[in-house]
Ligand binder design. Structure first.
Ligand code: GLC
Ligand code: CA
Length: 588
C-alpha cells in the first residue's frame, strides 16, 4: 500500500444506516459493514468512504454530530470501527471517514455548555458578537440587526431561515441568534475561534491514530463566512453550492488557512493521510485553490453529477473539471451518485417534459417532477453507460453503495417514513433525499432482502419489491447484470495501465454531437484504451477501425457487413487500441 493511491483510486461510499444491519433493529451498523465488506473488496475498489457514524441525535442522519470521538450506539463502538479498519486493511482497502466541521449537533457539549451558562441580555448596540464567555468559544452567535430581525437574510439549505433566536436567561427573546446553514439542530461553528481550530486538529489525530487513511470533509467550502455577515444577494438565495456572484456563506478566502493547517497534520503521518473535500462551487475553476499542493489532495467535482444527458454538456463538464485540477497538479475526481442526489438511473430516465433526462434536481426542488412517469429502462441503460465513461476518465472515481446494482431512486416513499429534514422544513414541498438512502437488497427473499438477519425488524426505510430482482444474490454470476458489469469494469481498470492516472485525448471524429469519444494513451508498455459513448438518438456505426471491444455497457456489440462496430444509443464501450491504429481518430 504505497504511493499516491488517491490519484487513481476507485472509492466506494458506504452509508452506514443503509448498508447492512447485523442485529436486526432495522438500521445498518458497523458490525454489519464488517459482515459484508468482502462484497466491496471483491468488486475491485481501492477504498471505502464511510458517511458519519458518530454519536448523534440523527436529525440529519448523523451529519449532526454530538461527539466526534464517539460512535453512536445504534452503529456500534470505537472498537468496532477499529476492527473494521483492520478488516479493510487486511483486504487491501483504504478507509476514509466523514468529518463534519461546519456545524455540530445542538446536543454537542460545546453548545449545551453555552446554553447552560445562560444567554445574557445586553443593550442592542452592544450586541454584535460575543468576545468572551462560553458563547464566544465554539458556535456562531450574532446580535439581531434591528428590532426583532435576524442578523441577515441567510436561508437554511433545508428551508426556512438560517438563524434561530436564543432565549435569554429569563425566557424572553435575547436578541442573540445562532447560525445554522442546515437544520436548526445543526448550529454552525465559529472558525475564527482558536479553540475550534485546535479541537478539530485533535479530532483528526484521534482518527488518524486509529488507522483511518483520510477524511471526506463535509461542506468544506462553508467553514468561513464573509466578515460583516452581509445579506446574501447571490443568484440563488438557497443553495448548497456557492453561486456566481459568490454567496457570503461559502468559498471565502479564509477557508484555505484551515486546510493548510489540516494538511500539515495529515503529513505528520506515515504514510501521509489524505483529504477529499465536499466543495460545491461553480464554476469549476473555483475548486482550484482548494487543491493546491499544501491544501486538500482531492475534492469532489460536482459538475459531473450535474451534467445533462447530452454529449456536449458532458464533454464540457469533463473538460472544466480536468482543467480546474490540472492547474495545480491535482487529480480529478468523478462522481455520479451519493447520499444527497437522485440515483443515476432515475436522473437519466426520460420523462415527457425532459426526454433527454438531464435530471439533476436540487435538494429543495419543489416542482413535483418526481411524480412524472419515467422510463427507467432507458435510465438504467444510461447509468451503466455513464459509469463506464466515469471509470475510463483520468483520476479517481466514487461509487455509491447500490450503484453497482443499478438501484433506482425510491421516489414514492410514504410521507410518514421520510426523515430528511428538508422534507419537514419545506412542509413536504421538497421530498428530500431519503429515496437514495433506502437499505441495500442483498438477497431475493426475506423481509429486508438480506439487509438484516432473517428475524429482523422492518428496515428504517421500506425497500421496494422490485429490489428483489436487483439484489446482490439475483445479480451475482449473471454476465449482463449491473453488478457483473461493475466488477468487469473495475478488473479491467486495474489490468489496463492506460486507465486511472494519465492523459485524456479527445477523438476528432465526424459522428456529430451525440457521440463522445476519447483515448487514454498507452502507458507502462500497455495498450491505449478508447472510451466511446452514444448518448442520444439512434445507433451509430463507427467508421473504420476504432479498436477491439474490451467491455460494453450493454452488449454484446455487433458489427455491420464491413466489420464496423455498431454502438446502440445510450451505450458506451471500452476498446483496446493496438499500436498499429491511429490515436486519436482524425477528422475526415
Ligand atoms: C453535506 C452532506 C449532507 C448533509 C449536509 C449537512 O452536504 O453530504 O448529507 O445533510 O452536508 O451536514
Ligand atoms: Ca443494526
Amino acid at each position: 500500500m504505497t504511493g499516491e493511491w488517491w490519484r487513481h483510486a476507485v472509492i466506494y461510499q458506504i452509508y452506514p444506516r443503509s448498508f447492512s444491519d447485523s442485529n436486526g433493529d432495522g438500521i445498518g451498523d458497523v458490525a454489519g459493514i464488517r459482515q459484508r465488506l468482502a462484497h466491496v473488496a471483491e468488486l475491485g475498489v481501492d477504498a471505502v468512504w464511510l458517511s458519519p457514524f458518530y454519536r448523534s441525535p440523527m436529525h440529519d442522519a448523523g451529519y449532526d454530530v454530538a461527539d466526534y470521538r464517539a460512535i453512536d450506539p445504534v452503529f456500534g463502538s470505537v472498537a468496532d470501527v477499529e476492527a473494521l479498519v483492520a478488516d479493510a486493511h487486511g483486504m487491501g482497502l483504504r478507509v476514509l471517514i466523514d468529518i463534519v466541521p461546519n456545524h455540530t449537533s445542538n446536543e454537542h457539549v460545546w453548545f449545551q455548555e453555552a446554553l447552560a451558562s445562560g444567554v445574557p441580555t445586553m443593550a442592542h448596540e452592544a450586541r454584535t458578537q460575543f468576545t468572551s464567555g462560553p458563547w464566544s468559544r465554539y458556535h456562531l452567535v450574532r446580535g439581531e440587526k434591528s428590532g426583532t430581525a435576524a442578523p441577515n437574510n441567510w436561508k437554511s439549505n433545508f428551508g426556512g431561515p438560517a438563524w434561530t433566536q436564543l432565549d435569554a436567561t429569563d425566557g424572553s427573546p435575547s436578541g442573540w441568534w445562532y447560525l445554522h446553514l442546515f437544520d436548526p439542530t445543526q448550529p454552525d461553528l465559529n472558525w475564527q475561534s482558536a479553540e475550534v481550530r485546535s479541537e478539530f486538529e485533535d479530532i483528526l489525530r484521534f482518527w488518524f491514530d486509529r488507522g483511518v487513511d483520510g477524511f471526506r470533509i463535509d461542506v468544506a467550502h462553508g467553514l468561513v463566512k464573509e466578515p460583516g455577515y452581509p445579506d446574501d444577494h447571490s443568484a440563488a438565495a438557497i443553495a448548497v453550492s456557492g453561486d456566481n456572484p459568490p454567496a457570503p456563506q461559502y468559498d471565502q478566502p479564509g477557508v484555505h488557512d484551515i486546510y493548510r493547517a489540516w494538511r500539515r497534520v495529515a503529513d505528520e503521518y506515515d504514510p501521509p493521510r489524505v483529504f477529499v473535500g465536499e466543495v460545491w462551487v461553480q464554476p469549476a475553476s473555483r475548486l482550484t485553490p482548494y487543491l493546491r499542493p499544501d491544501e486538500l489532495h482531492t475534492s469532489f467535482n460536482f459538475d459531473h453529477v450535474r451534467a445533462p444527458w447530452w454529449a456536449p454538456g458532458l464533454r464540457e463538464a469533463i473538460e472544466v473539471s480536468l482543467a480546474s485540477a490540472d492547474a495545480v497538479g491535482a487529480p480529478t475526481t468523478w462522481v455520479l451518485e451519493n447520499h444527497d442526489v437522485w440515483r443515476a438511473p432515475t436522473r437519466y430516465a426520460p420523462i415527457a417534459s425532459d426526454p433527454d433526462g438531464s435530471g439533476f434536481t436540487s435538494l429543495l426542488d419543489t416542482s413535483g417532477v418526481h411524480t412524472a412517469p419515467r422510463d427507467l429502462i432507458t435510465g438504467l441503460r444510461r447509468a451503466r453507460a455513464a459509469m463506464l465513461v466515469m471509470l475510463a476518465l483520468p483520476g479517481s472515481a466514487y461509487l455509491y453503495q447500490g450503484q453497482e446494482l443499478g438501484l433506482f431512486e425510491v421516489l414514492h416513499l410514504p410521507d410518514e417514513v421520510r426523515q430528511d429534514p428538508a422534507f419537514r422544513l419545506t412542509g413536504g414541498a421538497a421530498i428530500g433525499r431519503d429515496g437514495c438512502r433506502v437499505p441495500l437488497p442483498w438477497s431475493r427473499d426475506g423481509q429486508t432482502y438480506g439487509f438484516g438477519p432473517a428475524d429482523s425488524a422492518a428496515s428504517w426505510l421500506p425497500q421496494p419489491s422490485e429490489w428483489a430482482a436487483l439484489s446482490v444474490q439475483a445479480q451475482l454470476g449473471h454476465s449482463d447484470s449491473t453488478l457483473e458489469l461493475t466488477r468487469s469494469a473495475l478488473t479491467l481498470r486495474r489490468a489496463q495501465s492506460a486507465l486511472g492516472e494519465g492523459e485524456l485525448v479527445w477523438d476528432d471524429h465526424d459522428l456529430g454531437r451525440t457521440v463522445l469519444s476519447f483515448v487514454r494513451p498507452a502507458r507502462e508498455g500497455g495498450e491505449a484504451v478508447r472510451c466511446v459513448i452514444a448518448m442520444e438518438g439512434s445507433a451509430v456505426t463507427l467508421p473504420g477501425q476504432w479498436g477491439t471491444v474490451l467491455l460494453a455497457s450493454d452488449g454484446p456489440l455487433v458489427t455491420d457487413a464491413d466489420g464496423h462496430l455498431i454502438l446502440p444509443a445510450d451505450t458506451s464501450a471500452w476498446l483496446s487500441i493496438p499500436p498499429s491504429l491511429p490515436t486519436p481518430i482524425p477528422a475526415v
